[in-house]
Design a protein around this ligand. Sequence first.
Ligand SMILES: [Zn+2]
Length: 471
Amino acid sequence: MRIFNSMTRKKEELIPLEPNHFKIYVCGPTVYDYFHIGNARPFIVFDTLRRYLLWLGYQVTYVQNFTDIDDKVIQRANTEGITTTELAERMIKEYFHDADALNIMRADIHPRATDSIDDIIALISTLMDKGFAYTAEDGVYFSIEQDPNYGRLSGRNIDDLMEGASERASYSDDKRHPFDFVLWKFRREGEPYWPSPWGEGRPGWHIECSAMGMAHLGETIDLHCGGVDLTFPHHENEIAQSECATGKTFVRYWMHNGFVNIDQRKMSKSLGNFFTVRDLAKLYPYDVIRFFILQAHYRMPINFSDELLDAAVASWQRINSSIDLLTFSAKAAPETASSEDETIFEEAVTRCLAEWQDAMDDDLNTADALAAIFDLVRAANTAVAGGRVSKKALLNARDALTERLGVLGLEPTANQETTIPQRILDLVAERTESKKNRDFARADAIRDEVLASGYKIEDTPQGARVLPVDA
Ligand SMILES: [Zn+2]
């Protein structure tokens, strides 16, 4: 598999440091509110990467943190009159509610910043000992001028940074350089704090991820992933403080997903506020949200709009219908078939599956992978309509389709095998047979009997389909 490494700015063969074992770190949410659709994208995209690597047979250790101490967490907790711990506990539960519904696998480890204070202090101590950090009036800072490699990931040197420096709010007036960033913030009134060798306080944001990443995955991590908005300063600072502390490469491959845009004009008119996943899920099912996000290549910008989401509902439904149709048609299909249709169908399935995997191997191109899925759906619908394909071929195609969707974290909904009783399916198959034998009286009688049981039969160009009456 090849992925685009943001550090080298080119596609590279993805090879784990330890044979057959990938160690992945993904920047997690700051737990002060429900998570935003901008956060949902990296969580879904890199969950898909993890699923694909597992499917390829690799072992994966996947770490995604919770930032549970931060200005926003403190501010929200104070507003609500609760502790930051109480707020974080609640929002972590809410995170899992949405993440589980989006079928995002739970990480192997979900470290919390406040559980990692010892690791954070140890890392800052090393930076102090090596002369990369210093104490200022309000905290401990990293001195970017001590790091000759600073700016490598974002492609900015310190001079470039200075040009925009005046626009940036500075935490401290006695920093040595405006872009020096805080490692440890000294205690302020009304804020939680921990003891440290430099005084009571709390960690800065960037140091948390370095400390948690290295504590759980080692000093060199295979893959570090996050949104492109984290490239600078967050990931740049993670690299600086980690590599200055260890003298080793912190991350071998950096992956960043593109921006998430919201067509605000349309949103305010038709959908209102849909900035959190929780709000969006009131309007669209979670599986559609996941499907929608994976329809775009992860490095491209994605635009949320009601038209595009409505289209995703229909597209996802087409895949589900095809799976239902394969299941249903297989019941009436012959056990074996040596027709030309059978050969064409099996070749089409093989080709689509190869295209699916080529797309996934090429920088996790889920957009093209889903295009291959749709080619398979079209081939399946044609095969079913022709009626000369074996049960085995239909079920093989269905299972292959379901398996590949599962790698994308997409679970086909309610296939008819489980939702329509077997007795009804048998009746429908008998009716198809009756029609073939021109026994229309029997066919009509079966239709009435099925209807009396609460199901309707629809004759489509692809064959008879059965649905609950209220569907
Ligand atoms: Zn991070």
